[in-house]
Design a protein around this ligand. Structure first.
Ligand code: PEP
Ligand code: MG
Length: 585
C-alpha cells in the first residue's frame, strides 16, 4: 500500500481501478511490425510528417500575421528538420529494414538528435534540443493514440490519474465514467481544479509523482477531503474507507433537504447564494441545489471546448439558453477570461514568459477587439430575454475600465443602429482580482454598478504565489491578513458608494470562511453549486453579531495560522460534521 498526500480540491471518497493517462512518449514500446504491414507503417510515417509540416506552416502564417516576420522564424528550424533528408530518410529506412513501428523509429531518431545538441554544451544548442523534442512530440502525436482518444474510449468507471489536465479536458470528463481523479501538478484554485470540482467527483491535485507510482488497473482510493491517494490499499484501510464512503453518502442525502430552505441567518438576514458555472447545462443542478441565480458565468469555456472561435450566434444561444433555464433568476456573465492557464490552440502556439502577468483576460480582449465585440453583441442581444448583468475580469487600472466601457458603448450604439433590442439599463460591474483594484476600490465604485471579489486571483497577485503551482501551494491562502485587509477595503468602498459587492472566488464555497465573509459584511456569495447546501447549513446556524465578532477577532491576528485555527474552531462549534472545513463532506 502507498499513501500519497496531495492538495484536496473536491470532497468525497471513491474506491476503484486506476486509469493512467501517461505521457505520449512512454507509450512507444519496441514493437516489430508484421512483414505485410511494413509498407502501411511507412505510409503512416509519411502522413505524420506531412501533417506536422502542414500544422507548422499554419502556425508560422498565424505568427507572421500577428507578430511579424521575425518571431515567425522560430518555425523555420522545425520545418527545416522535417524537410531534412538526412534525418527523415534513415527513419523510413529503419522501419523497412528493422520492421520497427514508425513511432519507435521516430522516438529513437529524435532522442539521438536531441542528445547530440545537448552534448554541444551551449545554451543555443540546448534550446535546439528542446525544439527537437517538441517536434518529436508533434510527430508522435500523429502516430500514437492520443490522450483524448484514450479518455473517450473509457467504458467502465475508473479513477483517472494524469500528470496535468487542461481546463478543457477536465470540462469534457464524463463523471459516470471518471469517478474521481488525481494529478501530479496543479493547485486548489487552478482552473482545471475549479472545473473538476464542478463535476461533483472527488479530486486531489498536486500529488507530485503519483502517475509514476500508480499502475493502470491498480486498486486505488481517492479521498478528496484529506487530499490522500491510496494505492493498493490493505484490507483494513479498504474497510475503513468503505465505511467512510457510506457515511458521506448519508451526510449528503441529509444536506439535500436544505435546498428548499431559506438561506437566512438565525437572526433573519438573507445571504444570497449564487452559482459559479462554466456551462449553461449546470443551471438545472444549481437551481435544484438551492442556488438563486448565476453570479459568475465563466464564458471563456465556450472557446476552450471548441476547435474554432465561437460565432456571435453560438455565444447568443449559450446566453439565451442560460436565461431560459434560470426562469427569471439573475445571470451574471463574465466576459472572456482567456490566457494564463486558459489557452486556445492559437494562444498555445505563442507562449508567454509570465502568462499570469501577461496578456490575459480583459487585456487580451482589449487587444482582440473583433473577438471581444462579438461577445458583447451577443450579450446585449441576450439581455432582451431576461435579467442579465455583465462583469469584466482582471481590471487593474481606471483607464482599462474606461476603455472597456467605451467599447461596450460602441457595441450598444451598433446594436441600436441595427435595430437590435437590448436592455439599455444593463448593469456593468468589475471583478476585483488585482491588488491595485482592491486598493483603489473607492475610485472604481464611482464608475460601476457592482463588484465581485475574485479571491482566486486576488490571493495569487497579493502574495505573489502562482495559484496553480503545487510547489508553493502552502503559501497560497486567503487566511493571509493582507488578503483579508483587501477584501475589507473593497466591502467598505462598495458600502460608501452604495454599490453591490459579492465574492466569487473558491473561498465562497469553503465553509471555513462563511462566517468570516458574513462578518466582513458580504451578503452575496457565488460558489461552486455542489457546495451551496454546506454553506447554507453554516448560514442557518449563525447570527450576524457572532460573525462580526469573529471578523473583528480575525482582524487582530497577524499570521495565517492564527486565522485558520480561529476559523476552524468557530466552524467546529456550528458545523462539527464539516470536520475542519474545506472541502466539506
Ligand atoms: C477569481 O479569480 O477568484 C475568479 C473567480 O475567477 P477565475 O477563478 O475564473 O480566475
Ligand atoms: Mg480570476
Amino acid at each position: 500500500m502507498e499513501v500519497i498526500k496531495g492538495i484536496p480540491v473536491a470532497p468525497g471518497v471513491v474506491i476503484g481501478r486506476a486509469f493512467v493517462l501517461d505521457d505520449v512518449r512512454e507509450r512507444v514500446p519496441y514493437h516489430i511490425v508484421h512483414a505485410d504491414d511494413v509498407e502501411a507503417e511507412v505510409s503512416r510515417f509519411d502522413a505524420a510528417v506531412a501533417q506536422a509540416i502542414k500544422d507548422l506552416e499554419t502556425a508560422r502564417t498565424r505568427a507572421k500575421e500577428k507578430l511579424g516576420p521575425e518571431p515567425a522564424k522560430i518555425f523555420e528550424f522545425h520545418l527545416g528538420l522535417l524537410h531534412d533528408k538526412t534525418l527523415i530518410d534513415p527513419i523510413r529506412h529503419r522501419i523497412v529494414s528493422e520492421r520497427v513501428t514508425a513511432a519507435y523509429a521516430v522516438a529513437e531518431a529524435f532522442r539521438d538528435l536531441a542528445d547530440r545538441f545537448r552534448a554541444m554544451g551551449s545554451d543555443v544548442f540546448r534550446q535546439k534540443a528542446t525544439d527537437v523534442m517538441d517536434l518529436d512530440h508533434r510527430l508522435l502525436g500523429h502516430l500514437v493514440e492520443q490522450a483524448r482518444d484514450r479518455l473517450a474510449g473509457v467504458a467502465e468507471p475508473v479513477i483517472l490519474f494524469a500528470h496535468e489536465l487542461t481546463p478543457a479536458q477536465a470540462a469534457s470528463l464524463d463523471p459516470t465514467k471518471i469517478t474521481g481523479f488525481a494529478t501530479d501538478a496543479g493547485g486548489r484554485t487552478s482552473h482545471t481544479s475549479i472545473v473538476a470540482a464542478a463535476l461533483g467527483i472527488p479530486v486531489v491535485v498536486g500529488c507530485q509523482r503519483v502517475t509514476r507510482q500508480v499502475h493502470e488497473g491498480d486498486q486505488v482510493i481517492v479521498d478528496g477531503k484529506s487530499g490522500l491517494v491510496i494505492i493498493r490499499p490493505d484490507m483494513e484501510t479498504l474497510a475503513e474507507y468503505e465505511l467512510s464512503a457510506e457515511r458521506i453518502a448519508g451526510f449528503r442525502a441529509d444536506l439535500k433537504d436544505l435546498a428548499s430552505l431559506e438561506s437566512t441567518t438565525r437572526d433573519g438576514t438573507h445571504i444570497t447564494l449564487l452559482g459559479n458555472i462554466e456551462f449553461a447545462h449546470e443551471i438545472d443542478a444549481l437551481l435544484a441545489g438551492g442556488g438563486e441565480g448565476v453570479g459568475l458565468y465563466r464564458t471563456e469555456f465556450l472557446y476552450l471546448t471548441s476547435a474554432t472561435e465561437p460565432t456571435e450566434e453560438e455565444h447568443f444561444e449559450a446566453y439565451r439558453t442560460s436565461i431560459e433555464l434560470l426562469k427569471g433568476k439573475p445571470l451574471t456573465i463574465r466576459t472572456l477570461d482567456l490566457g494564463a492557464d486558459k489557452y486556445t490552440q492559437m494562444r498555445a502556439e505563442e507562449p508567454e514568459r509570465n502568462p499570469f502577468l501577461g496578456l490575459r483576460s480583459i487585456r487580451y480582449c482589449l487587444q482582440n477587439l473583433p473577438m471581444f465585440k462579438t461577445q458583447l453583441r451577443a450579450i446585449l442581444r441576450a439581455s432582451a430575454h431576461g435579467p442579465l448583468k455583465v462583469m469584466f475580469p482582471l481590471i487593474s487600472t481606471a483607464a482599462e475600465l474606461r476603455q472597456t466601457k467605451m467599447i461596450f458603448n460602441d457595441v450598444m450604439e451598433e446594436c441600436t443602429d441595427d435595430g437590435i433590442e437590448f436592455d439599455r439599463n444593463i448593469e456593468l460591474g468589475i471583478m476585483i482580482e488585482v491588488p491595485s483594484a482592491a486598493l483603489m476600490a473607492s475610485q472604481f465604485a464611482r464608475e460601476v454598478s457592482f463588484f465581485s471579489i475574485g479571491t482566486n486571483d486576488l490571493i495569487q497577485y497579493t502574495l505573489a504565489v502562482d495559484r496553480g503551482n503545487e510547489r508553493v501551494a502552502n503559501l497560497y491562502t486567503a487566511t493571509n491578513p493582507a488578503v483579508i485587509h483587501l477584501i475589507k477595503n473593497v466591502i467598505r468602498a462598495s458600502r460608501r458608494f452604495n454599490i453591490e459587492t459579492s465574492l466569487c472566488g473558491e473561498i465562497a464555497g469553503d465553509v471555513t470562511y462563511t462566517m468570516l465573509l458574513i462578518g466582513l459584511g458580504l451578503r452575496t456569495l457565488s460558489l461552486v453549486p455542489s457546495q451551496i447546501p454546506h454553506v447554507k447549513r453554516v448560514i442557518r446556524s449563525v447570527d450576524i453579531p457572532q460573525c462580526e465578532r469573529l471578523a473583528r477577532k480575525v482582524g487582530s491576528f497577524d499570521s495565517e495560522r492564527q486565522v485558520m485555527n480561529c476559523l476552524r474552531d468557530e466552524l467546529d462549534k456550528v458545523f462539527p460534521e464539516a470536520n475542519g472545513g474545506w472541502p466539506a463532506g
